[in-house]
Write a protein that binds this ligand. Sequence first.
Ligand code: P5A
Length: 453
Amino acid sequence: MRLSRYFLPVLKEEPSEAQIVSHRLMLRAGMIKQQAAGIYSWLPFGLKVLRRIEQIVHEEQIRAGHIPMLMPTLQPADLWRESKRYEAYGPEMLRVKDRHSRDLLYGPTNEEMITDIFRAHVSTYKELPLTLYHIQWKFRDEIRPRFGVMRGREFYMKDGYNFDLDKDSALHAYNRHFVSYLRTYERLGLKAIPMRADSGPIGGDNTHEFLVLADTGESEVYYDRAVTDIQLGTRQIDYESQAQCQSIVSEFTSLYARTDETHSVSEFSAIPMERQQRARGIEVGQIFYFGTKYSEPMGAVVQNANGQAVPVHMGSHGIGVSRLVGAIIEASHDEKGIIWPEGVTPFHCGIVNLKQGDDATDKTCNWIYARSRQFGLEPLYDDRQERAGAKFATSDLIGLPWCITVSPRGLNSGVVELTCRKTSNRENLSVDAVIERLSRIYRAHIPSQIATA
Ligand code: P5A
């Protein structure tokens, strides 16, 4: 993409309404525009990040054996009357009437609707286990929407629902989600710690939240510092294996890590003093096992091997896709702007032409632009007639991990400069070497899309 033809409305001034850095930077980098309290338009640059995160979430869910689908945002109230949550959900639910005065609601979550789909189509244990998910906009009329996309009223969530014959099998689904979430967050460049939590209006007594540590996080958390050293890394995972999934979950849950609702002072103080940590965190996902809470009242039953009709065991599992955009920025920025992790960056590299209109720099930039695209990279070429200072300020603000600077002086020596946004490290390389270097870096993140030299 050429910046001169793109829509990137960066703000020079600090937006006064933003209280936390991610909200401020998302507004300044032209990623979002507020339309009403907690309701945002996603401008092109913001949308690209949202889509990258969404893609990674899809890939990891499909890898775990979960099946994508799409449910609507509007739901009939009658489904929620069956589960008794229509009244119970209270003022957080946005209620709507259609022209026939039928009660609808903008879905805050989809347990009822998915249970309705299941009961309409599945009647035997032979079709189990089954996990369906979608990524769809949700609406919760939060009493205090704030911090931009972090606590929105309209927000984008991946929500998955498992259907199993018994508790044992449903707990395997729980563990599969646990492990696939760890993988997802690691691919997003985040350290998210699973913590024992409270189930709130979703229900059930088995639940974990995944938290990214950040001073601006809304949740108060307590944990054993050693838990932050555990990583999934590059282990091969067989999601069919109950034993392997269980052993990973046991490893991650063996140390104390809890949100304040489930915090136990006595258990916490049993941890060696120097490892006791109290901090704040951003909840980027939560998983639940709630057994037959929805299947029983809604009649989601299957015939088991003995021909008896039994309600299915269920759980639901959510990832805050739009919240993750903010969480990633909270975890990765400096005083100049955003620093995108390579796995989610909206463009793979910037190209900064320091002398727009100069034959040699223009030609080289155009060559790098075309060549990097041949390799499957997506560059953002700053071809505006702007001072070098302004180009660098934009580049730092929008935070692409790599930037190629092309100047007449460098070209005289046959090189361009490759800068790493994170370390500020600069290297002079030939144009071929720069393409080779970037394709090697991104091959680790998007192997199928990047060509080999
Ligand atoms: C699990 C999936 C559920 O709703 N039902 C379906 C279950 N869980 S949850 O914890 O309430 O939400 C899942 C994730 O969604 C994000 N989230 C939000 N993001 C932005 N703004 C909000 N107002 C908001 N509310 C929830 C969180 O990341 C949460 O973990």
